[in-house]
Design a protein around this ligand. Structure first.
Ligand code: AMP
Ligand code: TRP
Length: 334
């Protein structure tokens, strides 16, 4: 059976980008067609300045939101990364496989390190090695497919390279995974800055729709979205990125097979389009917000899911990581 692994970092509240780029497929498709594991990857949240209490709260919230979105613990495994030691154990072996040049070429590292330095801060070493930990997350589970948004393509490519290199050096050990991306909305852009990805920590949130935003807040953010000069509604990612983003979001809300270019033909004004985007997003999020409120009232249920999930994840990862330790030449503990 196909094995799927993916994760989300608890560095902020989950966004519409997370949902359309990744989580929605986990819920609607992946958990039914594969042996799927999904993780709140909390160790990754420590790569930038963080507040311990906030990371804890956001980890629980991310898990609750994934359940609210429809992950079914009977069908998939949901767990918190730091509850399973194998990730950190394997990460070290992969640090011994990757090169520093390879790490420094990662786009996300270059961008985030530059931001950090511009703020006068220092760059944690773990920000550089982050993709190696991500590779460990994936390879520890003999993963075949990694459903992610476009921004993670380079990291999954690196994971493939490390798996192939390790296998060549030490004998076949790892399954070589591949990334899968959604057909539309694989990269949802910030509503205030269509050149940047809609991210959890984006600009105070004016251009970021969070999954828990009230309908009024969604309305305000969408109606104020930056559009491009021009009056006609056409789908052109290069020349009209703000408009293209709204069309993609609406197409994604409408569901399977809805094509943003075709949608564009049905509109003669930006205002009508924005109103439909508001309705589409509000309806998409309504059931999720309701279910989340129920789960918040039942923390014991969420804790139980995460406990069972970690036990299941450990049982899968342990033999894979043991195999890698042996292959690389470490003496078995006996
Ligand atoms: P992160 O928020 O970086 O932990 O991302 C979790 C998942 O959501 C990854 O698969 C990302 O590729 C995806 N994702 C995050 N932001 C966006 C976005 N703006 N558009 C599409 N996918 C996204
Ligand atoms: N790096 C991913 C992101 O920023 C999150 C992540 C960590 C992940 N480990 C993973 C995604 C393993 C898929 C598989 O979005």
């Amino acid at each position: 059976m196909t094995r799927i692994f993916s994760g989300v970092k608890p560095t902020g509240h989950l966004t519409l980008g997370n949902y359309l780029g990744a989580v929605r497929r986990w819920v609607e498709v992946d958990q039914y067609r594969a042996d799927a594991l999904f993780s709140v990857v909390d160790l990754h949240a420590l790569t930038v300045e963080h507040d311990p209490g906030r990371v804890r709260r956001l980890s629980r919230q991310a898990a609750s939101l994934l359940l609210a979105a429809g992950l079914d613990p009977e069908r998939c495994t949901l767990f918190v990364q730091s509850h399973v030691d194998e990730h950190a154990r394997l990460s070290y072996l992969l640090e011994c496989t990757a090169t520093d040049g390879e790490m420094r070429r990662m786009i996300q590292y270059k961008e985030k390190a530059a931001q950090e330095r511009a703020r006068g801060g220092s760059v944690r070493l773990s920000l550089l090695t982050y993709p190696v930990l991500m590779a460990a997350d994936i390879l520890a589970y003999d993963t075949d497919e990694v459903p992610v948004g476009d921004d993670q393509a380079q990291h999954v490519e690196l994971t493939r390279d490390l798996a192939v290199r390790f296998n060549q050096r030490y004998g076949h050990t790892f399954t070589v995974p591949k990334a899968t991306h959604p057909g539309v909305a694989a990269r949802v852009m910030d509503l205030q800055d269509p050149a940047s990805k809609m991210g959890k920590s984006g600009d105070g949130g004016a251009g970021v729709v969070f999954l828990l935003d009230e309908p009024d807040v969604v309305r305000r953010k969408v109606m104020r979205a930056v559009t491009d000069s021009g009056v006609d509604v056409v789908y052109d990612r290069e020349e009209r990125p703000g408009l293209a983003n709204l069309l993609e979001v609406l197409a994604a809300c409408r569901g399977d097979g809805c094509d943003p270019a075709e949608l564009a033909g049905g509109y003669s004004s930006y205002g009508d389009l924005k109103r439909d985007v508001v309705d589409g997003v509000v309806e998409l999020l309504r059931p999720l917000r309701k279910r989340h409120a129920e789960l918040v009232a039942d923390p014991a249920f969420v804790d139980g899911v995460l406990r069972d999930g970690a036990a299941r994840a450990r049982a899968v990862a342990r033999p894979v990581v043991d195999r890698a330790y042996q292959a690389v030449g470490l003496l078995p503990a006996g």
